[in-house]
Write a new protein. Sequence first.
Length: 484
Amino acid sequence: MSSEIRRNSKTRNSKTRQKLLDTASLGVLEQAVECLGAGFKNLPAKMVPLQKADALKEVLLETARLLQDNFPYFHPLYAGQMLKPPHPVARLAYALALWINPNNHALDGGRSSSAMEKEAVAQLAKMFDWKTHIGHLCSGGTMANLEALWIAGQLAPGKKIVASEQAHYTHRRICQVLKLEFHEVPCDKQGQLSLPALKSLLATGNVGTVVATMGTTATGSVDPVEEILALRAQYGFRLHADAAYGGYFRIVPNLEEQTRKNFEGLSEVDSLVIDPHKHGLQPYGCGCVLFRDPQEARFYKHESPYTYFSSEELHLGEISLECSRPGAVAVALWATQKLLPLVPGGEFASMLSKCRGSALALCEKLRSQTGWVTGFKPELDIVVWAPRAPRATQVSEFSRRIFAEAGGQNLHLALATLPARFFELQEAGIECDAETITCLRSVLMKPEHADWLEQIWELLEGARAKACHRQIELPGKGRGDALD
């Protein structure tokens, strides 16, 4: 490492130690709470003492100590799973709402927060060029997909739901809950749903809904929506997009041309889900389900004669399977989208572009070094790779060692078990003695990853050297030689 890089790393680490967690915004929260209280000044005054102040402080500090037993999800050196800290405005708006704790089931329980939810959801729909829609927030992608597949089952009873083998496991489980028949479609070498395999299934005439995954959990692969839409015109099925992870990349400019076209195709799908608690900078849990046809709200219609008589307007509880839902979630999302609008070329889109750029940069570094083997170029901001070894089974073994070594150096990656065909094993001289390999995986979903990439690379190379030195025989070398 050059002296300049060392100097920059020390300076960056020094600043990080001084300010690991944001506290400067707490003063803003106090002002906001005072402003909220002023809105109820016509009520009779009441005492608001801090009950058991000493005991409360003791419990809260103990809570803080217990929470230290976590991976540093907020830090750029955490590059493992799909975990991203909420934006300060989301965190503060969420906390602010808790002083009144609105319930977004109906207007009686959350009048202003329900309006915020409708506005925020409409902004999400607009990102996909939907001029009409029906939708709402929910606890996350699982609940959102459940509602979408529930509607799909109502519209095509007795027909199959199909998704790729790399789709999230929740689709199979949801179909089990809903008593719907589910079928997995094989993937190609890019981790995308195989079109020939899908065509064979469609030819049976028994497919009611196709699920297109816009950013698979393991690799970030994007299913070929453009081609699936063409098949829909021929076979007449329903198309649902699971965009829980990748949906926001709809407004990102630095995608590959075909990936961009697939995201543009989302304007024509029948339903989709997106998770603001992933790339939308929100606290858990914040998911969203959207239906392009507002008439599909008819499946939710129900009567509740014992509550909610303050308004004749359609309330959110009439278009949701969930009843009580936290209004704070809607408040946080509304505030975030107010500060960072979901528009191409805006600050929010620029943040995602940096994430994608970090993934591309890491992939290029890996491909430039002989000690690593990669697969396909990342479509979004997820990178998968593995150390070179003579055989696929050894690749898996040393991936696990490097994962452990990196964690010991505060570089937190993830492991994934993927089809061996996803990687260029033959080109790397690796014997494919297993159908799958355990590889390393990074989700570079923090914009700051772009500034920390050099340090991440140094730690990764150091972990590889420690884990693999004099352990295995590389292709073209004698047993006992070092990997590097």
